[in-house]
Ligand binder design. Structure first.
Ligand SMILES: Cc1cc2nc3c(=O)[nH]c(=O)nc-3n(C[C@H](O)[C@H](O)[C@H](O)COP(=O)(O)OP(=O)(O)OC[C@H]3O[C@@H](n4cnc5c(N)ncnc54)[C@H](O)[C@@H]3O)c2cc1C
Length: 391
């Protein structure tokens, strides 16, 4: 076939979630996903830390995470193919945000918003933190916020494959091709051009190109501040065990969590990182030596004697405007949709984003969860969504 009702560009977790939700809601439509690298070697979805939290500071992100955790829990039944249930190893030990006296007021403010929107997050004093996590250094702390349920981590590659396999079982066609151009006139994308010289006619087109979404948007003449930003993840082992260890976000910005028998950790990139460094997937080993390990050892004395095991780098799909997803119909277009700029939250937001984009295409509006706040118009109006809890 060279003509589809919907052509999705990018078959990562977002594109595959959109594809699955479209066919689940409207089995009669034809859907193609164009994915240039079916091995997903450099896709964010394959290089993610794949964690889910309720501890955001904006109601829309909290609502998306509630939708996300419900979906992940039901996933084995919902995404089963021919009776075979996918496993994504969801565990829910929570997130623990730590604050010094300087950060305590913001943590408490965020907590009030989270609780008002149904998130079960406890505020803990340093004494309560020390009692609950005896392996933690609490001397400089004023407060901690611990998710009591609905927060944890899972196998992100497993989630991507579960969406993809289910979508294919429902009739979605995946093509291993590179999209090189979008033919568009008068606010309509009419054809998606492939590197092999062929092109696909489309009723609707979806930009799900992850960190490369800015380039894809530019093919439709749109200028959005969407760029890849490198994030390094370091794997280490520790001979002591840390009972009940959550995903911990330290006051330094360094984070860590258990991963099987090991731990993984990371930190925001250095201020001076160049665009070339962000575009690369080379690990910044110095970041571990200079920033991550010292912070780990200060927060958890047992981490003074850790063993470095491995590391990898992936790309955050950054929206430089306000670090929140851009979901909605592209300005000036009647049939081109954006699901981009998740800025490090795309795994947990993929169920709600996929469902939302499918509803927009099929019904012209949101039915399950109102995501209109995340629409691209906010960039044109210069009205950023201020999310304080960025990792
Ligand atoms: C180190 C790291 C840690 C993270 N931790 C978390 C976390 O804890 N929790 C969380 O929720 N999120 C996390 N994220 C973010 C999350 O992984 C991403 O937001 C999410 O994977 C984005 O999915 P995507 O489908 O949009 O992008 P991708 O997975 O990158 O998929 C996009 C696909 O589009 C394809 N493509 C691009 N351009 C074209 C083209 N022209 N033609 C054809 N195909 C094209 C690419 O090949 C790619 O496979 C993390 C990311 C990284 C890198």
């Amino acid at each position: 076939m060279t003509s589809y009702d919907v052509v999705i560009i990018g078959g990562g977790v977002i594109g595959s979630s959109v594809a699955y939700h479209l066919k689940a809601l409207a089995p009669q439509i034809s859907v193609a996903v164009v994915e240039r690298d079916p091995s997903y070697k450099t896709a964010s979805s394959a290089l993610s830390a794949s964690s889910i939290r309720q501890q955001f500071s904006t109601p829309v992100n909290i609502a998306i995470s509630r939708f996300g955790i419900d979906f992940l829990r039901q996933l084995p039944e919902v995404l089963a193919v021919e009776g075979e249930q996918p496993a994504i190893g969801l565990v829910e030990p929570g997130y623990l945000y730590l604050a010094t006296p300087a950060g305590a007021a913001v943590l408490a403010e965020n907590n009030a918003i989270q609780r008002a929107h149904g998130a079960d997050i406890a505020l803990l004093t340093p004494d309560q933190l020390a009692a609950r996590f005896p392996w933690l250094a609490t001397g400089d702390l004023a407060l901690g916020a611990l998710g009591l349920r609905d927060e944890g981590w899972f196998d992100g590659y497993g989630l991507l494959q579960a969406f993809r396999n289910k979508a294919r079982s429902l009739g979605v066609v995946y093509m291993a091709q590179n999209v090189v151009a979008l033919e568009h006139t008068a606010g309509r994308v009419s054809r998606v051009r492939l590197e092999n010289g062929e092109s696909l006619a489309c009723g609707h087109a979806v930009n799900a190109a992850g960190p490369h979404a800015g380039k894809l948007a530019a093919m439709a003449g749109l200028d959005f501040p969407l760029l890849p930003e490198r994030r390094c993840v370091f794997v280490f082992s520790c001979k002591d065990s840390l009972p009940d260890c959550p995903l911990l976000i330290d006051t330094s910005g360094v984070w860590f969590r258990p991963e099987g028998a090991y731990f993984i950790a990371g930190a925001p990139p250095r201020d001076g990182d160049t665009p070339e460094q962000h575009a690369s997937l080379e690990v910044d080993y110095g970041l571990f030596e200079d920033v991550v390990w010292p912070a780990l050892a200060e927060r958890v004395p047992a981490f003074e004697a850790i063993k470095f095991v491995n590391a990898w780098a992936g790309h955050y799909d950054m929206n430089l405007f306000d670090h929140n997803a851009i979901i909605g119909r592209a300005p000036g277009f009647e049939n081109f949709y954006l699901a981009n700029g998740f800025s490090g939250h795309g795994m947990q937001q993929s169920p709600a984003a996929g469902r939302g984009v499918a509803e927009l295409i099929l019904f012209g509006g949101y039915h399950s969860l109102d995501l209109s706040e995340l629409g691209p118009e906010r960039l044109l109006r210069n009205q950023p969504i201020i999310e304080k809890n960025i990792i």
